[in-house]
Design a protein around this ligand. Structure first.
Ligand SMILES: C[S@@+](CC[C@H](N)C(=O)[O-])C[C@H]1O[C@@H](n2cnc3c(N)ncnc32)[C@H](O)[C@@H]1O
Length: 273
């Protein structure tokens, strides 16, 4: 396939499709698999991190659906392969509506294929750094009613917006559009309590940066917490990925040492002004 152009430099792999490969999906290309395998050589826990993150997302959206949320805006959604948001929430509430948004056009095309026939879920191309374009997109406004609670999902995407100003501003604009009773769900790769070998992490990071167009920037716990300022954090608060309301049907990775998941997670509820 053609590489994604970035300043004249071909970077053929994408985060969405590397992540899909780590999840065991089939929506990826040789360049994605090569980049993924190169990172696996130094950082073999990658697939477990991906599955642990996806499992958190499933638990969080099930919680939201069981709490009455019927609309979901999933930004940085990747490829909604098995067990993703629309399947989980429509199991709880068949009338739940989902808009997936991703920067990767191939992920969007694959998503649309998966969603064919599902009139209550769609996928659009959008950039988290351009929140107003997402909020005013005709397919978003057709499917979602922002006068009612919405689940805003930002799972494992904020670390692809490494500039703090851009990330906090984008989330601020999205949060401003949410009605009381809405929720913000987010997970984030972190620099805190690094338990993996730093040299290996550096090699994996360099490989990733060389092969893909979406740069990676990890944040500390307090930097992640800032995205939730003013929201009511759902119990158990901001925790390592496997510790957010663990469920018996999840992959049981990192349960003995949750910080090895390298990811933080939280769900916050929008209060009455
Ligand atoms: C690690 S995947 C996470 C997928 C899914 N949210 C999950 O947690 O299972 C990150 C996704 O974010 C997307 N992404 C990266 N930067 C983005 C941006 N600025 N706007 C929208 N999507 C972005 C990537 O294309 C990729 O699909």
């Amino acid at each position: 396939m053609a590489g994604v152009s970035n300043g004249g430099e071909a970077k053929p792999a994408t985060a969405a499709r590397i992540y899909d490969y780590y999840l065991g999906g089939t929506h990826n290309f040789p360049a994605d698999r090569e980049a993924a395998e190169a990172m696996l050589r130094v950082f073999p826990v990658g697939p477990k991190l991906a599955r642990t993150n996806r499992a958190f997302l499933r638990r969080a959206v099930r919680y939201l659906a069981e709490s009455g949320v019927r609309q979901f805006l999933d930004i940085g959604s990747g490829i909604p392969s098995e067990g993703n948001v629309h399947e989980v929430v429509q199991q709880v509430a068949p009338d739940a509506r989902v808009v997936y948004v991703d920067i990767d056009p191939v992920a969007v095309a694959e998503s649309l294929e998966i969603l064919e026939g599902n009139e209550l879920a769609t996928a659009i191309r959008g950039d988290l750094r351009e929140p107003q374009a997402i909020l005013s997109h005709p397919q978003v406004t057709a499917l979602l009613d922002f006068t009612q609670p919405v689940g805003l999902l930002l799972a494992a995407v904020l670390h692809f917006v490494p500039e703090d100003d851009e990330a906090y501003d984008a989330v601020g604009q999205l949060r401003a559009a949410l009605a009381p009773g809405s929720y913000v769900v987010a997970s984030h790769a972190t620099t805190d309590d690094v338990v993996h070998d730093q040299d290996d992490l550096n090699v994996a990071h360099d490989t990733y940066q060389q092969q893909t167009v979406t740069p990676l920037g990890l944040r500390s716990r307090s930097q992640f917490e800032r995205f939730f300022t003013g929201l009511d954090l759902v119990e158990p608060g901001l925790v390592w990925l496997p510790l957010w309301r663990p469920a018996p049907d999840d992959p049981q990775y990192f349960t003995d040492d949750p910080k090895r998941s390298s990811g933080l997670a939280a769900v916050g509820r929008v209060l009455m002004p």
